[in-house]
Every structure is written in C-alpha cells, then in structure tokens.
Design a protein around this ligand. Structure first.
Ligand SMILES: NC(=O)c1ccc[n+]([C@@H]2O[C@H](COP(=O)([O-])OP(=O)(O)OC[C@H]3O[C@@H](n4cnc5c(N)ncnc54)[C@H](O)[C@@H]3O)[C@@H](O)[C@H]2O)c1
Length: 350
C-alpha cells in the first residue's frame, strides 16, 4: 500500500474546505480505487488515491482560525463553501500563525519552516489570496529550507521563477505551479471555444469573458486582479485570437448572494462565409472551490509522486492543470505530457 501524502496547507480558505470535505465525501463512497468516482479524472496518481491524503500542518493569519483544529477552521467565516454531510473530525492539526508582514517586515518564515519540518510534511499547498507575491516568495523559501515540495494554486510567480525551480530541483523537491486551471473553469471553456472557431475557419471579431462570484476570492479580485488577469491571458495563449480582440474580466462583480458559486458569462462573435456574423453566448455556473479542489487533488499527488520517484522540479504531467506553467503551455509537446502522465499512471488523462 502507498503511504498517504503528508500535506501542509497555507491559507485555510474555501479551497481547503472543498479539498478536505471532498476527500471525506469520497471516503463515504467506499472503494476509491475504481474509475467511476463522480468528478474524479484520475482515481490514482503515482499510486495515491484521492483519499490517501493526511493534512499534517496548516497556516493562516486570520485570528479566528489560528489555534483551531483544521476541521473547524475550514468552516469558519468568511469561508462559505457549503457544509457537506461528512465528518471532518480527523483533521486535528491546529492552524498555526502564517508568514505575515509587521511594520513593513516579513515575519514567521523560520517558524513556518520549523513547523513544516516538525510535521514531516512532504508537500506544501500554497493557497493564499491572489496578489501577495511577497508571501508566495516567503512560503517558497520556507518550503525550501524545510525540504518540502510546493504546489502553487495562485497566479503569483513561483514555478515560473527559474531561480526557485533550480533550487527546488537541486534539493530533490517538486515545484508545481503556477495558478491552477479550474476543473471546468472559464479559461478552459473560453480557450476551447476560441480554438473551435479557428479550427472551423470562423474569423474572430471580438470576445469577452466576465466572471462573478460571492466568495472572498472574488472580493479580493476586485482590487488585486493584476496577476490573475495576466495568468488568465496565459491560459488563452497559443489560441489564434488577434491582438486586443479578447477581453477578460477576472472579477466583474462581487455578488454576495452567490456565495461560493461562480457565474462566468462569455460571448464570442465571428464572421463566417460571405462575412456574415456568428454569435455564441454562454453562461457557466460552478461551485467555485470544488472547481479548484478537483484539480488540486491531482496537483498535490503529482508533486508527491515525482518527489518520491526522485524526479524533482516541475512535471509536464501537470501542464494541462495549470494556467501558467513554467515557460508557457506551448513549450510542452503533447507526447511529452502524455509520457509524463503515463509514468504517474494518470491513465485516464493520457
Ligand atoms: N476555482 C478557484 O477557486 C480557484 C482557481 C484558481 C486559483 N484560485 C486561487 O486560489 C487561492 C485561494 O482561493 P480561496 O478561495 O481558498 O481563497 P480564500 O480567500 O477563501 O482563502 C485564503 C485564505 O488565506 C488566508 N491568508 C491570507 N494571508 C495569509 C498569510 N499571509 N498566510 C497564511 N494564510 C493567509 C486567509 O485568511 C484565508 O483563510 C486564491 O488566490 C485564488 O485566486 C482559486
């Protein structure tokens, strides 16, 4: 039997609530080795099932969450991911103070590194609000110093930083990022529609993508959307669009009544035969943080698996699960991606 993944998490928000409650949901289904788990593409990655995860350390800076057991902290407002009918009692790791800024200084880096070491964590999942590059850098340094791999869910630059990638690789650690591409998110849907237009010979005239939601991520993105916007554009790179024809608004509005649900509205207008117009309007509605957790579960297992197999650094197996992988999507040949997925027995994805 493969030993469970020893996961540490930084930022106990909706993503972690969805991840933890989801793992317990799959446990209630019984056998998790089969290939008929709802919402799961890869029942196993590197021999790890979706339920083979132990969260051994947790960090946050919200006073209400610090000191609480993780199972309680994930249910603490402003987190608003729905409460699933599962027990989260086994998540007893207490939330510890995260890395923060005090009087213009970054503090807590060494303490986090020591806690990661003490918990014998294998992989740190970085899941803070978007826009905190200083924090992303600091958690990456802590992971390096503790000898722990890192998965970056956010658009901040960590895996795309050559220096970090070289340091993680040299230490035998995984570095997977940046910015997860949601399970069925607006970027992947938009990208595929634009590709379809180009494949069918319809000339793009203009297109937009507007995203609305009612969780903290959307609240934060009203002010801090710069890195998210450029990452969303990376996710569309390589698709023939034409300069300035596609407009993307990461947070077109914070709508509290949507809670953790997200609504994305997309419009594509093109010209067909004889210059006549073709228009497509599409609305995508998802549980926003499930959409993240459904991908996080693969990213963390890829990180642990390549680290355990002594193939550290970045893995092409993760490329399709990210908006902004190192050196961009176009640099990974489909056969290399498929080969990396086969190595990790991500059979369903290959
Ligand atoms: N579909 C998705 O939900 C999706 C997709 C791609 C990327 N992301 C990104 O994932 C990240 C997390 O999303 P979320 O919905 O869980 O966010 P969230 O706002 O619900 O949670 C963030 C948590 O980080 C904590 N935090 C803030 N500063 C901290 C620090 N210095 N150290 C430790 N903890 C700190 C906050 O207190 C909060 O608990 C965001 O950057 C988001 O943009 C989400």
């Amino acid at each position: 039997m493969t030993a469970p993944l020893r996961l540490a998490v930084a930022g106990i928000g909706n993503n972690i609530s969805a991840l933890v409650q989801g793992i317990e949901y799959y446990k209630t289904l019984g056998n998790t080795s089969g290939d008929d788990l709802p919402g799961v593409k890869n029942p196993e990655v590197g021999g790890l099932r979706v339920t083979d995860i132990d969260v051994v350390a947790a960090f946050d800076i919200q006073p209400d969450k610090i000191g609480q057991e993780l199972g309680k902290a994930i249910l603490t407002p402003p987190n608003n991911y729905p409460r699933l009918a599962v027990s989260v009692d086994r998540y007893t790791a207490r939330v510890q103070p995260g890395i923060r800024q005090e009087n213009g200084r970054t503090v807590g880096e060494q303490e986090v590194a020591a806690a990661l070491k003490a918990a014998n964590a294998e992989v740190l999942l970085y899941s803070l609000p978007t826009g905190l590059q200083w924090a992303a850098d600091a958690y990456a340094r802590s992971a390096l110093s503790a000898g722990v791999g890192l998965v970056n869910c956010t658009p901040e630059t960590i895996a795309r930083n050559d220096d970090f990638l070289a340091q993680f690789t040299a230490k035998g650690l995984a570095l997977i990022g940046d910015d997860l591409a949601s399970h069925l998110g607006s970027s992947i849907v938009h990208r595929n529609i634009l590709s379809l237009l180009s494949e069918r010979g319809i000339t793009l005239q203009r297109s937009y993508q507007l995203n609305f939601g009612g969780n903290e991520d959307f609240k934060n993105l009203r002010q801090n959307s710069e890195s998210k916007l450029s990452s969303k554009k990376n996710a569309l790179a390589g698709v023939k669009t034409g300069a300035g024809l596609v407009e993307v608004i990461p947070s077109a509005g914070y709508v509290s009544q949507l809670g953790d649900r997200k609504v994305a509205v997309m419009n594509v207008t093109g010209l067909g035969w004889a210059g006549t117009e073709v228009t497509l309007d599409l609305t995508l509605k998802v549980q926003d943080s499930s959409n993240a957790a459904g991908v996080i579960i693969d990213l963390i297992r890829i990180a642990a698996a390549i680290q355990r197999a002594h193939h550290p650094g970045f893995s092409p197996a993760a490329v399709r699960l990210l908006k902004s992988p190192p050196r961009g999507h176009q640099t990974y040949a489909p056969q290399d991606v498929a080969a990396a997925q086969r190595t990790l027995q991500m059979v369903a994805l290959a």
